[in-house]
Design a protein around this ligand. Structure first.
Ligand code: FVH
Length: 298
């Protein structure tokens, strides 16, 4: 690494992992004037940032040694393990933005603390083009020590927004994965919709805004209603579209898939869950009861 003297007042940052996301993050700290030390398993990706002002470390240990605040943006928890194996973490503030499970995040927090580091976990709710673009609305969920989060809040807020979700180090990952899981459910619905029109003389480009607007119109009131009912336990007040009517309607949706020569494999599991709920209810509620059908032992 080249020895340089920085006059910056900004917090020095070390960043390990320069994939698509790590590289986007790195550029925002460089632009904001933070002294930035980078390391990547494939050195070329780190070296590409040198002309923009990054210090390139020859090893993960060297990158960690360069700053108190050390960020990780690696593929998965196994790559974090490999990267930091044998590296001295004493006195470091480790912020792990790698997508993991909540249990992996909790174990990683304990692992870091055993090695003398403080630990924050992060779950990135943005794709690389949203990084450094405040109006794009990207943010990172953080969990773990609130004190540590507050200490580094300003630096962490450089690439995207920050949303702190609690002292439990697993909560950032849990929020992240919950939102990503919902996203895939939405993609499944959209995929099925496009399949239905696929063989017809319907322009997908004209269809797309109809689909997008409908999903947007449905989702906000629906998640708000579900949350309110889960808290109150009252599943039948203010029901707009009752379960009995919705289950009856699923027959039309399945028949249409059949007519259009489309597999119903993406939507059938949800319809099965709705039927199970109807079997044990009056049908006057809406879909909130399906939440607890999914939760085992509840
Ligand atoms: N990109 C996205 O759209 C999503 C948005 C939401 C958050 N995710 C998570 O961010 C983490 C990094 O994702 P990424 O997009 O940067 O991923 P890649 O471009 O594939 O880069 C992966 C980096 O991890 C390094 N790496 C992989 N395996 C190892 C290993 N065994 N040891 C050390 N480093 C490893 C890889 O290095 P190299 O291949 O360049 O040598 C990259 O730096 C991720 O958790 C997403 O879920 C992104």
């Amino acid at each position: 690494m080249n020895a340089t003297t920085s006059t910056s007042q900004q917090t020095p940052v070390s960043l390990l992992g320069l994939g698509a996301m790590g590289t986007a993050l790195a550029r925002t700290w460089l632009t904001a004037g933070h002294p930035l030390t980078v390391w990547n398993r494939t050195p070329a990706r780190a070296e590409a940032l040198a002309p923009e002002g990054a210090e390139v470390a020859d090893s993960a240990a060297e990158a960690v040694a360069a700053s108190t605040l050390v960020l990780l943006c690696l593929l998965d928890d196994a790559s974090v393990e490999t990267t930091l194996d044998g590296v001295d973490l004493t006195g470091k503030d480790l912020v792990n933005l790698t997508t993991t499970t909540p249990a992996e995040a909790r174990a990683r927090a304990a692992w870091a603390e055993e090695r003398g580091a403080r630990y924050l976990d992060g779950g990135i709710m943005a794709v690389p083009p949203m990084v450094g673009v405040p109006e794009a609305g990207g943010y990172v969920f953080y969990s773990g020590s609130r004190e540590l989060f507050e200490l580094h809040r300003e630096t962490l807020a450089v690439p995207v927004g920050t949303t702190y979700v609690g002292e439990d180090p697993g909560f950032a990952a849990l929020h992240d994965v919950a939102l990503l899981s919902a996203m895939y459910g939405m993609f499944a619905g959209a995929t099925h919709a496009f399949a239905l029109i696929r063989r017809e003389n319907i322009d997908p480009v004209a269809f797309a805004p109809l689909l997008g607007d409908w999903i947007k119109a449905m989702v906000d009131p629906s998640v708000g209603q579900t949350a309110g009912q889960l808290v109150s336990g009252d599943l039948t007040s203010d029901v707009v579209s009752n379960l009995a009517m919705q289950v009856a309607g699923t027959k039309t949706l399945l028949a249409t898939a059949e007519e259009q020569g489309v597999s119903a494999e993406l939507i059938r599991p949800q319809f099965a869950l709705m039927s199970r709920l109807l079997d044990r209810s009056t049908g006057l509620e809406d879909l909130t009861g399906t939440v607890d059908l999914l939760v085992r032992d509840r």
